[in-house]
Design a protein around this ligand. Structure first.
Ligand code: DAK
Length: 257
């Protein structure tokens, strides 16, 4: 891996993927995106890993797709590369992903953070979709995910002007989960990840799948999907462990079985 650093055991059951193109503000070139995709696929298969954190560095989570790499491309060049299959694959990750964001999360960087399941941000974080300023528009879900989080008026303003919002504003809109001082944003992400990692990983992944489904299907279909996953969990050992532990007044020890 050239453009990401991976620690599969950053904390108990928690893996950390750190974007590592600091001089380019972690601009997302094709290779970097491919590395994230491949790494997530591998971590999804690793039973020791229950939660994944993606972070950048203090200055930037990611300042967007690599403009220098895209500038001269034709429609056919873009079509051949088929970046969307990479983003679709990332979106299929079963395990929960927390984005730990400091500094710029712009364009594809904001879209990558929004593709994650939760966002913990430092006070210095800035979110935006500035593609309009370079003659294009968001292409990796920005118009959809930002609008679902912020509502039409604010999303329209951000997408059409390219202006950024602060972490505090993003929190107010419900785009992110938490804002903390820059010194502790990664620690805070680990703390949230640890809470989730203590649960049954099977229940966590099925619950994640059901919540995500609510963005895609009508209520009745979503409820049907939720019920199917709910029933399925009664065939896990973790369900017996969780409920027996409650009855026996002890802490459950979930094995992911
Ligand atoms: N691409 C390439 N290089 C970048 C970059 C980017 N997005 N952002 C920053 N850099 C580079 C700068 O060129 C500079 O490099 P050198 O000049 O030193 O060689 C270095 O990082 C430091 O940046 P600055 O000198 O500009 O730093 P400042 O603090 O002055 O400004 C900034 C920080 C973040 C405000 C500024 O760098 C900036 O405006 N960056 C561009 C932000 C942007 O427009 N982002 C959106 C890019 S378009 C798709 C999926 C996704 C996308 C498209 C398709 N498919 C699935 C098909 C996404 C598109 C985008 O994200």
């Amino acid at each position: 891996m050239e453009f990401i650093k991976v620690n599969k055991a950053y904390a108990k059951h928690i893996a950390l993927i750190q974007l590592n193109r600091p001089k380019e503000l972690n601009a997302l070139n094709l290779q970097l995106m491919g590395e994230i995709r491949d790494c997530l696929k591998e971590l999804d298969q690793d039973d020791e890993v229950r939660v994944i954190i993606i972070s950048g560095d203090e200055r930037a989570f990611a300042a967007g797709a690599d403009i220098k790499q895209m500038a001269g491309k034709s429609t056919i060049d873009m079509w051949k590369v088929d970046q969307f299959s990479t983003w679709d694959q990332i979106n299929k990750t079963r395990k929960p992903i927390i984005a730990a964001v400091s500094g710029f999360a712009l364009g594809g960087g904001c879209e990558l953070a929004m593709t994650c399941d939760m966002i913990v941000a430092s006070e210095t974080a800035q979110f935006g979709q500035p593609e309009i300023k370079i003659g294009v528009m968001p292409g990796a879900g920005g118009t959809q995910r930002l609008t679902k989080a912020l509502g039409k008026a604010k999303a329209m303003e951000l997408v059409l002007t390219g202006k950024f919002i602060s972490a505090e504003e993003a929190l107010g809109y419900g785009l992110i989960n938490k804002v903390v001082p820059v010194e502790v944003y990664l620690k805070e992400a680990v703390s949230l990840a640890s809470e989730i990692a203590a649960m049954s990983p099977i229940a966590v992944q099925m619950a994640k799948e059901a919540v995500k489904r609510s963005f895609e299907v009508p209520l009745e279909e979503g409820l049907h999907f939720e019920r199917k996953n709910f029933y399925m969990l009664f065939s896990s050992e973790d369900q017996k462990e969780g409920m027996n532990a409650f009855v026996e007044k002890r802490k459950p020890d979930f094995k992911g079985k």
